[in-house]
Design a protein around this ligand. Structure first.
Ligand code: CS2
Length: 472
């Protein structure tokens, strides 16, 4: 039998509860926090909470919370054992235990990586969806919630009732103004329960914004086997990510924070310019490559950008469409940033599947592409590359690829999207979905016509030839 991983450092005391213990959290928040504690101390261990599946707990518990973070560089791999996780709870098994942990005054930060759809908001308006099934449930059962807004509100209510100061809510998802969005959904939820509670939250709780960046594909059996071969132990909780990482945080914490600034985190007064740069340059082209690359038959991002036409597609979109809409964040050079991005996409050590990134497009498109499109239109230009990407998404969510094979489309709106994208008039039917497309944009004939013509072309010539025609 192969050996198991064991803890190499003493277990810290928990100061953070983290919702969403997936691969990204384990390659990012938990690593930075581990390094910050090693450097500067502090009781900032992390109690991880899964809102859905027991997988993370089942993998982490036998290892007492320890796991291996592997860095996959173009020239090889490096491994580090991470000890910042103190335990892992599975919310559906015992929501009361999660609330109790969040209400404990030793917890000073509750951080989130729950993906876009975890906020239960309308992506086009940023408001809480009152008719979301989890929100309906949580308003009826506030002490046994399912959703992140439900847990945050109930835990804050307990702290207020007990006279404890609130925790800081730290959103680490790829959403613009993620702090303000987290605040919005929590306040919308709290208002539906108790106006006084909502007012207390509005006045007392900090919701700093963050920009997070590290490419971290889902861990595969092959990753686990490779680590086992190299290190001599089997670690099902391991993660593998690229060498690059960047975390920019608005420095607004009511009760302290780990010494993240000592391990490379940028603590700043305003995150917005960094956030826009990352969401539009990285996530915008990532999603573009995901839809068009998948349709062209490519399995990973590295394979997609090995095709020179797809690499040229990114370059052209950055130079002509995306960068002109961006303010320059302090300390960044956008030409250098995007050149480095292409190298990150090319990293052959990272097998990031186009199918994985293609997930949840209805929740991702607004901040990744549509804001840029709207800004271009306001400036009087039609961003053909982004319109092609939107058309690629419409083609993708129809649920059948270019060879007629079904696509496993994962999206909370998958059914509605398929109906719209396979209707007689797919582009108009999809643009009419106002949870995704702001009405002003959907009504802009320049946008509509560019998407429609790209969609016609995709249907006629396929993705590879359409991309080629766009870049040449
Ligand atoms: C990706 C992101 O899956 C996706 O949608 O675009 O997870 C991306 O890898 C990260 O934002 C990189 O920081």
């Amino acid at each position: 039998m192969t050996d198991r991983l064991t803890r190499t450092t003493p277990k810290p005391k928990a100061g953070i509860v983290h919702l969403g213990p997936g691969a990204f959290f384990r390659a990012f928040n938990a690593v930075y926090t581990d390094e910050a504690m090693a450097k500067a101390g502090g009781d900032w261990g992390i109690l991880a909470v899964s809102l859905r599946s027991p997988d993370a707990r089942d993998q982490l518990a036998p290892q007492d919370g320890a796991y291996t973070a592997v860095t996959l560089g173009p020239e090889g791999r490096e491994a580090q054992v991470v000890g910042s996780i103190t335990g892992c709870l599975v919310a559906p098994e015992d929501p009361g235990a999660v609330l109790e942990a969040m209400a404990d005054p030793a917890i000073r930060i509750v951080s989130l990586t729950i993906t876009e759809k975890g906020y239960c908001h309308n992506p086009a308006t940023g408001k809480l969806m009152r008719d979301h099934p989890d929100i309906v449930h949580d308003l009826e059962h506030p002490e046994a919630p399912r959703s992140a807004p439900g847990f945050l509100t109930a835990a804050l209510a307990r702290r207020r009732a007990a006279g404890h100061p609130p925790f800081t809510v730290l959103s680490c998802d790829n959403l613009p103004s993620n702090g303000a969005l987290a605040k919005q959904v929590v306040l919308d939820f709290a208002r539906a329960r108790d106006e006084d509670l909502a007012e207390w939250i509005a006045n007392e709780v900090r919701f700093p914004a963050t920009m997070v960046d590290r490419i971290t594909p889902a861990t595969t059996e092959a990753d686990i086997a490779a680590l086992e071969k190299a290190a001599g132990y089997s670690d099902p909780a391991m993660v593998a990510a690229e060498p690059f990482r960047q975390w920019v945080i608005e420095d607004s914490f009511a009760q302290g924070r780990p010494a993240w600034d000592e391990v490379g985190v940028q603590m700043v007064a305003d995150v917005e310019a960094h956030e826009l740069m990352k969401l539009r340059c990285l996530n915008g082209t990532h999603s573009t490559l995901a839809y068009l690359g998948y349709l062209a038959g490519y399995e990973t991002i590295a394979e997609t950008v090995a095709d020179p036409d797809f690499a040229a597609l990114c370059r052209k979109m950055w130079d002509e469409e995306i960068i002109p809409t961006l303010p320059r964040p302090e300390g960044e050079d956008l030409a250098r940033y995007t050149a480095a991005l292409l190298e990150r996409y090319r990293n052959p050590g990272i097998r990031h599947r186009t199918w994985q990134i293609a997930m949840d497009g209805s929740q991702k498109l607004p901040q990744r592409m549509l804001g840029t499109v709207a800004d271009c239109l306001d400036r009087g230009t039609v961003p053909e590359g982004l319109c092609l990407a939107v058309a690629g998404w419409i083609r993708y969510v129809s649920g059948t690829d270019e060879a007629g094979t079904p696509i496993d489309v994962r999206d909370p709106m998958a059914d509605r999207l398929r109906v719209a994208a396979t209707s007689a008039d797919p582009v108009d039917a999809v643009l009419a979905l106002d949870a995704v497309f702001p009405v002003k944009l959907a009504r802009d004939a320049r946008f509509r016509d560019a998407v429609a013509s790209a969609h016609d072309r995709l249907m006629r010539d396929g993705a590879a030839r359409t991309v080629q025609a766009y870049v040449r």
